[in-house]
Design a protein around this ligand. Structure first.
Ligand code: KG4
Ligand code: ZN
Length: 361
Protein backbone atom coordinates (compact mmCIF):
# COMPACT_ATOMS: atom_id res chain seq x y z
CA UNK A 1 0.00 0.00 0.00
CA UNK A 2 1.39 3.39 -1.06
CA UNK A 3 -0.15 6.60 0.26
CA UNK A 4 0.32 10.24 -0.67
CA UNK A 5 0.18 12.25 2.57
CA UNK A 6 -0.60 15.98 2.62
CA UNK A 7 -0.09 18.31 5.59
CA UNK A 8 -0.98 22.03 5.56
CA UNK A 9 -2.34 22.75 9.03
CA UNK A 10 -0.17 25.77 9.83
CA UNK A 11 2.94 27.25 8.21
CA UNK A 12 4.43 24.10 6.68
CA UNK A 13 3.34 22.78 3.28
CA UNK A 14 4.30 19.14 3.16
CA UNK A 15 3.70 16.12 0.91
CA UNK A 16 5.07 12.62 1.31
CA UNK A 17 4.84 9.21 -0.28
CA UNK A 18 4.83 6.45 2.34
CA UNK A 19 4.65 2.73 1.85
CA UNK A 20 3.97 -0.20 4.18
CA UNK A 21 5.67 -3.51 3.40
CA UNK A 22 5.84 -6.44 5.82
CA UNK A 23 4.47 -4.24 8.62
CA UNK A 24 7.29 -1.72 8.09
CA UNK A 25 6.75 1.87 6.98
CA UNK A 26 9.09 3.34 4.42
CA UNK A 27 9.24 7.01 3.54
CA UNK A 28 9.73 7.23 -0.19
CA UNK A 29 9.73 11.02 -0.11
CA UNK A 30 8.91 13.78 2.36
CA UNK A 31 9.03 17.30 0.96
CA UNK A 32 8.32 20.32 3.15
CA UNK A 33 8.24 24.02 2.33
CA UNK A 34 7.92 26.39 5.23
CA UNK A 35 6.83 30.01 5.49
CA UNK A 36 8.65 30.21 8.84
CA UNK A 37 11.04 32.89 7.53
CA UNK A 38 8.07 35.25 6.97
CA UNK A 39 6.76 34.60 10.47
CA UNK A 40 10.18 35.03 12.06
CA UNK A 41 10.08 38.64 10.76
CA UNK A 42 6.82 39.34 12.58
CA UNK A 43 7.61 37.23 15.65
CA UNK A 44 4.68 34.85 15.14
CA UNK A 45 2.36 33.31 12.59
CA UNK A 46 -0.01 35.56 10.64
CA UNK A 47 -2.79 33.20 9.46
CA UNK A 48 -3.49 35.02 6.18
CA UNK A 49 0.19 34.98 5.21
CA UNK A 50 0.43 31.29 6.12
CA UNK A 51 -2.60 30.47 3.92
CA UNK A 52 -1.27 32.44 0.95
CA UNK A 53 2.08 30.68 1.21
CA UNK A 54 0.26 27.32 1.32
CA UNK A 55 -1.37 28.18 -2.02
CA UNK A 56 2.02 29.09 -3.47
CA UNK A 57 3.76 25.87 -2.38
CA UNK A 58 1.16 23.10 -2.49
CA UNK A 59 1.47 22.00 -6.15
CA UNK A 60 5.30 22.23 -6.40
CA UNK A 61 5.61 20.32 -3.10
CA UNK A 62 3.20 17.55 -4.19
CA UNK A 63 4.97 17.26 -7.56
CA UNK A 64 8.38 16.96 -5.89
CA UNK A 65 7.08 14.32 -3.48
CA UNK A 66 5.79 12.28 -6.43
CA UNK A 67 8.66 12.60 -8.94
CA UNK A 68 11.60 14.25 -7.16
CA UNK A 69 13.13 17.54 -8.29
CA UNK A 70 12.93 16.67 -12.02
CA UNK A 71 15.66 19.22 -12.73
CA UNK A 72 15.82 18.63 -16.48
CA UNK A 73 12.05 18.69 -16.99
CA UNK A 74 9.89 21.66 -17.96
CA UNK A 75 7.03 22.69 -15.67
CA UNK A 76 4.58 21.04 -18.06
CA UNK A 77 6.57 17.77 -18.18
CA UNK A 78 6.81 17.67 -14.37
CA UNK A 79 3.08 18.12 -14.09
CA UNK A 80 2.30 15.33 -16.56
CA UNK A 81 4.80 12.93 -14.96
CA UNK A 82 3.49 13.61 -11.43
CA UNK A 83 -0.05 13.02 -12.62
CA UNK A 84 0.97 9.65 -14.09
CA UNK A 85 2.68 8.58 -10.85
CA UNK A 86 -0.33 9.65 -8.82
CA UNK A 87 -2.67 7.76 -11.13
CA UNK A 88 -0.68 4.55 -11.45
CA UNK A 89 1.42 4.16 -8.28
CA UNK A 90 -0.49 5.78 -5.44
CA UNK A 91 -3.23 3.74 -3.78
CA UNK A 92 -4.79 6.45 -1.58
CA UNK A 93 -4.48 10.03 -0.38
CA UNK A 94 -4.30 11.03 3.31
CA UNK A 95 -4.76 14.62 4.42
CA UNK A 96 -4.70 16.60 7.67
CA UNK A 97 -8.23 17.88 8.28
CA UNK A 98 -7.51 19.57 11.64
CA UNK A 99 -6.82 21.05 14.06
CA UNK A 100 -5.13 24.06 12.55
CA UNK A 101 -5.62 27.37 10.80
CA UNK A 102 -8.69 27.31 8.57
CA UNK A 103 -7.06 29.03 5.58
CA UNK A 104 -4.03 26.71 5.69
CA UNK A 105 -6.10 23.55 6.21
CA UNK A 106 -8.41 24.38 3.31
CA UNK A 107 -5.52 24.37 0.84
CA UNK A 108 -4.46 20.81 1.69
CA UNK A 109 -7.96 19.42 2.15
CA UNK A 110 -9.33 20.78 -1.13
CA UNK A 111 -6.22 19.65 -3.04
CA UNK A 112 -6.58 16.12 -1.62
CA UNK A 113 -10.29 16.10 -2.45
CA UNK A 114 -9.59 17.04 -6.07
CA UNK A 115 -7.07 14.15 -6.36
CA UNK A 116 -9.56 11.78 -4.77
CA UNK A 117 -12.45 12.87 -7.01
CA UNK A 118 -10.64 13.13 -10.33
CA UNK A 119 -8.48 10.00 -9.97
CA UNK A 120 -10.92 7.95 -7.92
CA UNK A 121 -8.48 7.49 -5.03
CA UNK A 122 -9.63 6.59 -1.51
CA UNK A 123 -9.31 9.61 0.81
CA UNK A 124 -8.32 9.29 4.49
CA UNK A 125 -8.90 12.31 6.74
CA UNK A 126 -6.26 12.53 9.49
CA UNK A 127 -6.16 14.27 12.88
CA UNK A 128 -2.90 16.25 12.88
CA UNK A 129 -2.31 15.58 16.59
CA UNK A 130 -2.46 11.81 16.19
CA UNK A 131 -0.13 12.23 13.21
CA UNK A 132 2.53 13.61 15.58
CA UNK A 133 2.45 10.35 17.58
CA UNK A 134 2.66 8.29 14.37
CA UNK A 135 5.86 10.11 13.41
CA UNK A 136 7.33 7.46 15.71
CA UNK A 137 6.12 4.61 13.47
CA UNK A 138 8.29 5.68 10.59
CA UNK A 139 10.90 3.10 9.60
CA UNK A 140 13.59 4.66 7.51
CA UNK A 141 16.36 2.39 6.40
CA UNK A 142 18.54 5.40 5.60
CA UNK A 143 18.39 6.70 9.15
CA UNK A 144 19.04 4.08 11.78
CA UNK A 145 18.08 5.44 15.16
CA UNK A 146 17.00 3.99 18.44
CA UNK A 147 13.43 4.23 17.24
CA UNK A 148 13.75 3.01 13.69
CA UNK A 149 12.25 -0.35 14.54
CA UNK A 150 9.36 1.00 16.56
CA UNK A 151 6.68 -0.07 14.11
CA UNK A 152 7.88 -3.66 14.51
CA UNK A 153 8.35 -3.73 18.26
CA UNK A 154 5.86 -1.29 19.74
CA UNK A 155 3.38 -2.90 22.04
CA UNK A 156 0.14 -1.39 23.19
CA UNK A 157 -0.76 0.05 25.57
CA UNK A 158 1.43 3.15 25.60
CA UNK A 159 1.18 6.72 26.85
CA UNK A 160 1.37 9.34 24.12
CA UNK A 161 2.52 12.90 24.85
CA UNK A 162 1.83 15.46 22.12
CA UNK A 163 3.86 18.63 22.65
CA UNK A 164 3.64 21.17 19.88
CA UNK A 165 3.18 24.88 19.30
CA UNK A 166 -0.58 24.61 19.66
CA UNK A 167 -1.17 21.56 21.85
CA UNK A 168 -0.06 19.69 24.94
CA UNK A 169 -2.00 16.47 25.42
CA UNK A 170 -1.59 13.16 27.22
CA UNK A 171 -3.29 10.11 25.76
CA UNK A 172 -3.57 6.43 26.56
CA UNK A 173 -3.26 4.33 23.41
CA UNK A 174 -4.76 0.86 23.89
CA UNK A 175 -4.64 0.02 20.18
CA UNK A 176 -4.48 1.89 16.87
CA UNK A 177 -8.21 2.51 17.05
CA UNK A 178 -8.64 2.93 20.80
CA UNK A 179 -7.09 5.99 22.35
CA UNK A 180 -8.28 7.87 25.39
CA UNK A 181 -7.50 11.50 26.20
CA UNK A 182 -6.17 11.79 29.78
CA UNK A 183 -5.48 15.50 30.06
CA UNK A 184 -4.02 18.53 28.37
CA UNK A 185 -3.13 22.16 28.75
CA UNK A 186 -5.72 24.51 30.18
CA UNK A 187 -4.20 27.53 28.45
CA UNK A 188 -0.95 27.91 26.47
CA UNK A 189 0.73 24.88 24.92
CA UNK A 190 4.33 24.07 25.92
CA UNK A 191 5.74 25.27 22.56
CA UNK A 192 3.54 28.37 22.62
CA UNK A 193 4.84 29.21 26.12
CA UNK A 194 8.44 28.94 24.88
CA UNK A 195 7.63 31.08 21.82
CA UNK A 196 6.01 33.78 23.98
CA UNK A 197 8.77 33.75 26.60
CA UNK A 198 11.44 33.96 23.90
CA UNK A 199 9.69 37.06 22.58
CA UNK A 200 9.70 38.60 26.08
CA UNK A 201 13.45 37.89 26.22
CA UNK A 202 14.03 39.46 22.79
CA UNK A 203 14.89 36.12 21.16
CA UNK A 204 13.84 35.15 17.63
CA UNK A 205 10.82 33.06 16.63
CA UNK A 206 10.32 30.14 17.02
CA UNK A 207 11.34 30.32 20.66
CA UNK A 208 11.66 26.61 21.50
CA UNK A 209 14.92 25.85 19.67
CA UNK A 210 16.35 29.22 20.76
CA UNK A 211 15.56 28.58 24.43
CA UNK A 212 17.09 25.10 24.16
CA UNK A 213 20.27 26.52 22.62
CA UNK A 214 20.59 29.27 25.23
CA UNK A 215 19.77 26.91 28.12
CA UNK A 216 22.89 24.87 27.29
CA UNK A 217 25.02 27.82 28.49
CA UNK A 218 22.65 28.69 31.34
CA UNK A 219 23.47 28.07 35.00
CA UNK A 220 21.26 25.94 37.18
CA UNK A 221 19.61 27.62 40.16
CA UNK A 222 20.20 31.28 39.24
CA UNK A 223 16.50 31.60 38.51
CA UNK A 224 13.76 29.29 39.64
CA UNK A 225 10.37 29.31 37.99
CA UNK A 226 7.61 27.20 39.38
CA UNK A 227 6.44 24.42 37.12
CA UNK A 228 2.78 25.21 36.60
CA UNK A 229 0.46 22.50 38.02
CA UNK A 230 3.46 20.33 38.92
CA UNK A 231 1.74 18.96 42.01
CA UNK A 232 -1.88 18.82 40.84
CA UNK A 233 -3.41 15.34 40.99
CA UNK A 234 -4.48 15.20 37.37
CA UNK A 235 -2.96 15.06 33.90
CA UNK A 236 -3.58 18.70 33.02
CA UNK A 237 -1.02 21.41 32.35
CA UNK A 238 -0.98 25.20 32.54
CA UNK A 239 1.85 27.22 31.06
CA UNK A 240 0.44 30.74 30.77
CA UNK A 241 1.55 31.68 34.33
CA UNK A 242 5.19 31.64 33.19
CA UNK A 243 4.47 34.74 31.10
CA UNK A 244 3.87 36.68 34.32
CA UNK A 245 6.39 34.85 36.55
CA UNK A 246 9.36 35.60 34.29
CA UNK A 247 8.85 39.39 33.80
CA UNK A 248 8.08 39.74 37.54
CA UNK A 249 11.39 38.09 38.43
CA UNK A 250 13.30 40.32 35.98
CA UNK A 251 11.55 43.65 36.65
CA UNK A 252 14.49 45.25 38.50
CA UNK A 253 17.02 44.47 35.79
CA UNK A 254 17.45 47.25 33.20
CA UNK A 255 19.08 45.21 30.48
CA UNK A 256 19.69 41.49 30.71
CA UNK A 257 23.24 40.33 29.99
CA UNK A 258 23.73 37.42 27.58
CA UNK A 259 24.52 35.17 30.56
CA UNK A 260 21.37 36.28 32.37
CA UNK A 261 19.29 35.45 29.29
CA UNK A 262 20.92 32.01 29.18
CA UNK A 263 20.20 31.48 32.89
CA UNK A 264 16.53 32.47 32.41
CA UNK A 265 16.28 30.08 29.44
CA UNK A 266 17.69 27.27 31.57
CA UNK A 267 15.04 27.90 34.25
CA UNK A 268 12.18 28.26 31.75
CA UNK A 269 13.11 25.01 30.00
CA UNK A 270 13.43 23.24 33.36
CA UNK A 271 10.01 24.44 34.54
CA UNK A 272 8.36 23.19 31.35
CA UNK A 273 10.28 19.91 31.06
CA UNK A 274 9.80 19.00 34.76
CA UNK A 275 6.01 19.10 34.56
CA UNK A 276 5.86 17.31 31.19
CA UNK A 277 8.05 14.49 32.53
CA UNK A 278 6.31 14.16 35.89
CA UNK A 279 2.80 13.97 34.44
CA UNK A 280 3.73 11.68 31.54
CA UNK A 281 5.57 9.17 33.73
CA UNK A 282 2.75 9.49 36.30
CA UNK A 283 0.20 8.62 33.61
CA UNK A 284 2.29 5.62 32.54
CA UNK A 285 2.41 4.37 36.15
CA UNK A 286 -1.28 4.87 36.73
CA UNK A 287 -2.22 3.03 33.54
CA UNK A 288 0.39 0.26 33.86
CA UNK A 289 2.24 1.25 30.70
CA UNK A 290 5.94 0.76 30.33
CA UNK A 291 6.13 2.60 27.01
CA UNK A 292 5.99 6.36 26.40
CA UNK A 293 5.77 7.85 22.91
CA UNK A 294 6.38 11.59 22.38
CA UNK A 295 5.62 13.69 19.31
CA UNK A 296 5.33 17.30 18.14
CA UNK A 297 7.80 20.14 17.67
CA UNK A 298 8.84 20.25 21.34
CA UNK A 299 9.76 16.54 21.24
CA UNK A 300 12.91 17.70 19.42
CA UNK A 301 14.10 19.10 22.76
CA UNK A 302 17.06 17.04 23.97
CA UNK A 303 16.56 17.89 27.65
CA UNK A 304 12.95 16.68 27.46
CA UNK A 305 14.13 13.45 25.80
CA UNK A 306 16.88 12.86 28.37
CA UNK A 307 14.76 13.69 31.42
CA UNK A 308 11.89 11.53 30.19
CA UNK A 309 14.22 8.57 29.67
CA UNK A 310 15.86 9.06 33.08
CA UNK A 311 12.53 9.28 34.84
CA UNK A 312 11.13 6.26 32.98
CA UNK A 313 14.16 4.22 34.01
CA UNK A 314 13.70 5.32 37.60
CA UNK A 315 9.95 4.99 38.02
CA UNK A 316 8.93 2.52 35.32
CA UNK A 317 12.14 0.46 35.63
CA UNK A 318 12.55 0.59 31.88
CA UNK A 319 13.60 3.17 29.33
CA UNK A 320 11.04 2.59 26.63
CA UNK A 321 10.72 6.22 25.67
CA UNK A 322 10.30 6.88 21.96
CA UNK A 323 10.57 10.14 20.09
CA UNK A 324 10.62 10.78 16.35
CA UNK A 325 13.72 11.26 14.26
CA UNK A 326 14.38 15.01 14.34
CA UNK A 327 13.10 15.62 10.81
CA UNK A 328 9.70 14.19 11.79
CA UNK A 329 9.22 16.19 15.02
CA UNK A 330 7.84 19.34 13.43
CA UNK A 331 4.94 19.32 10.98
CA UNK A 332 5.43 16.94 8.05
CA UNK A 333 3.33 14.84 5.71
CA UNK A 334 5.20 11.57 6.34
CA UNK A 335 3.51 11.30 9.76
CA UNK A 336 0.09 11.92 8.17
CA UNK A 337 0.59 9.20 5.57
CA UNK A 338 1.98 6.86 8.24
CA UNK A 339 -1.08 7.37 10.44
CA UNK A 340 -3.28 6.44 7.47
CA UNK A 341 -1.26 3.27 6.79
CA UNK A 342 -2.08 2.03 10.30
CA UNK A 343 -5.62 3.43 10.38
CA UNK A 344 -6.89 2.91 6.87
CA UNK A 345 -10.36 4.38 7.05
CA UNK A 346 -11.29 6.18 3.80
CA UNK A 347 -14.26 8.56 3.58
CA UNK A 348 -16.15 9.78 0.49
CA UNK A 349 -14.45 12.96 -0.78
CA UNK A 350 -17.64 15.02 -0.37
CA UNK A 351 -17.84 14.09 3.34
CA UNK A 352 -14.33 15.37 4.10
CA UNK A 353 -13.88 18.96 5.24
CA UNK A 354 -11.37 21.17 7.07
CA UNK A 355 -11.98 21.14 10.84
CA UNK A 356 -9.91 23.86 12.52
CA UNK A 357 -11.23 22.96 16.00
CA UNK A 358 -10.84 19.17 15.64
CA UNK A 359 -9.73 17.54 18.90
CA UNK A 360 -10.08 13.94 20.05
CA UNK A 361 -13.33 12.05 19.78
O1 KG4 B 1 4.63 20.49 15.96
P1 KG4 B 1 5.07 21.84 15.51
O2 KG4 B 1 6.09 21.94 14.41
O3 KG4 B 1 3.86 22.72 15.06
C1 KG4 B 1 2.60 22.63 15.67
O4 KG4 B 1 1.84 21.69 15.32
O5 KG4 B 1 2.36 23.48 16.54
O6 KG4 B 1 5.62 22.58 16.82
C2 KG4 B 1 6.16 23.86 16.79
C3 KG4 B 1 6.61 24.22 18.20
C4 KG4 B 1 7.04 25.67 18.34
O7 KG4 B 1 6.36 26.22 19.45
C5 KG4 B 1 8.53 25.56 18.60
O8 KG4 B 1 9.04 26.61 19.43
C6 KG4 B 1 8.64 24.23 19.29
O9 KG4 B 1 7.72 23.41 18.60
N1 KG4 B 1 9.98 23.63 19.19
C7 KG4 B 1 10.78 23.36 20.25
C8 KG4 B 1 11.99 22.85 19.73
N2 KG4 B 1 11.88 22.80 18.37
C9 KG4 B 1 10.63 23.29 18.05
N3 KG4 B 1 10.59 23.53 21.57
C10 KG4 B 1 11.58 23.17 22.39
N4 KG4 B 1 12.77 22.69 21.97
C11 KG4 B 1 13.02 22.50 20.66
N5 KG4 B 1 14.18 22.02 20.25
ZN1 ZN C 1 2.04 20.02 14.61
Amino acid sequence: MKILGIETSCDETSAAVVEKKDKKVFIKSNVTASSLAFHAKTGGIIPETAAREQVRYIIPVVIEALIGKGDNLTQEEKFIKANEVLKKEIDAVAVTVGPGLIGSLLVGVETAKVFSYTLNKPLIPVNHLLGHIYANFVTNSKLKTQNSKLSETLNFPFIGLIVSGGHTDLLLFKSHTNCKWLGGTRDDAAGEAMDKLARILGLPYPGGPEIEKRAKSGKKGVYNFKSPMLDSFDFDFSFSGLKTQVPRELKNIDKLSEQQINDVCFAVQKAIVDVLVKKTVGAAKEHNCSTIVIGGGVSANQTLRNQMSLSARRYLLDDKVYYPQLEYCSDNAAMIGTYALFNYNPKPWNKVSAKPELYFS
